[in-house]
Design a binder for this molecule. Structure first.
Ligand SMILES: Cc1cc2nc3c(=O)[nH]c(=O)nc-3n(C[C@H](O)[C@H](O)[C@H](O)COP(=O)(O)OP(=O)(O)OC[C@H]3O[C@@H](n4cnc5c(N)ncnc54)[C@H](O)[C@@H]3O)c2cc1C
Length: 288
């Protein structure tokens, strides 16, 4: 294993336009550098060897969390720690506040960014599942301007998104203001701060005892976040009595074929996903 990165050029830009211009000029030889928490390890292990790193950390326009017109907007360069500390996020997107402390350790959360995690598309990462559960829209900027992409359509495969090489993820819009929305987040990891063995981000509209339009999005089970559509259908429009929860877990077992990782078999992950789904439905039904 290498511990030193190959030689590369480095440019720190202060606008998205400057970054896009460099991506256009250098094509596949250039890579965006955000918080560097994944990129630097990839360079040092020589899993990636770009000729040019385009550092976007000085672009202030990407560092904002703001609320307007029923939409919470979180810029790509907002760090995990800034989300953790944000009262606006806690009030309007509590799912993110629940999830964030599960991401790595404080030192990594201080540097790692929301946009970097979303764009990197690690199948075990928390944020990709959260943005799908929250029906968010990701905004990319490229040579042709801004492009809005529903979170459900953003992830294509392992570490692969619909972003083009000449595009940058700049912002994420999360619809808020629905007072009936309830959310749940849970994951199982070997140690706190490790990547999850299996995790779930969930949301629903609660109408009295009834859960409507539930979203159950699992991570660390497939090449992309996995939305359990059959389990959602088993729960939609029903008060989650034991029989409904059993039906949802049974539906999940049919639709989910987890991919094993170095520590956990497919069967283990399927079992844990069922446990997490059961807990999440109970949480959606009982609190928030
Ligand atoms: C020990 C350790 C444990 C970790 N544990 C977890 C964990 O439990 N859960 C978790 O989710 N993450 C975990 N991470 C990853 C961490 O959350 C990173 O912050 C995140 O994956 C990448 O964010 P970054 O800002 O550091 O991106 P960088 O490392 O700078 O970039 C990552 C990739 O995304 C691309 N990129 C970055 N920003 C953009 C953008 N705006 N537009 C387009 N492309 C972009 C880069 O070109 C690069 O390919 C861990 C990391 C480490 C080192």
């Amino acid at each position: 294993m290498f511990l030193k990165a190959p030689a590369f050029d480095y440019v720190r830009v202060d606008s998205v336009e400057a970054a896009l211009s460099l991506l256009k000029t250098h094509g596949d030889d250039a890579r965006i550098l955000a918080g560097g928490q994944t990129m630097m390890a990839a360079l040092n292990m020589r899993l990636s060897s770009p000729a040019l790193l385009v550092d976007i950390s000085a672009i202030d326009a990407l560092r904002q969390i703001r609320l307007s017109d029923g939409v919470l907007r979180i810029g790509a360069m907002v760090t995990h720690s800034e989300i953790e500390a944000s009262d606006i996020v806690r009030r309007h997107a509590p799912l993110l506040s629940m999830a964030v402390t599960h991401i790595a350790h404080k030192a990594i959360r201080n540097r790692g960014t929301w946009g970097g995690s979303l764009a990197y598309a690690d199948p075990a990462a928390e944020w990709p599942a959260c943005v799908i559960a929250l029906n968010a829209t990701l905004i990319a900027q490229g040579p042709g301007g801004l492009r809005k992409i529903p979170a459900q359509r953003f992830y294509l495969d392992l570490y692969t998104t619909v972003l083009n090489p000449d595009e940058i993820l700049v912002d994420v819009e999360i619809p808020v203001g629905d007072r009936q929305q309830v959310v749940a987040f849970d994951e199982i990891a070997r140690r706190h701060g490790d990547y999850a063995i299996t995790g779930i981000a969930a949301s629903a509209q609660r109408n009295g005892e009834v859960l409507e339009h539930p979203r159950f999005v699992f991570f660390a089970v497939a090449n992309t976040p996995f939305q359990a559509i059959k389990a959602e259908a088993a729960c939609h429009g029903k008060a989650p009595a034991a029989v409904v929860i059993d039906a949802a877990v049974a539906a999940l077992a049919v639709e989910l074929e987890p991919i094993a990782d170095l520590t956990s078999s497919s069967a283990t992950k399927r079992h844990l996903a069922g446990v997490l789904l059961r807990r999440a439905i109970k949480t959606l039904a009982s609190k928030n």
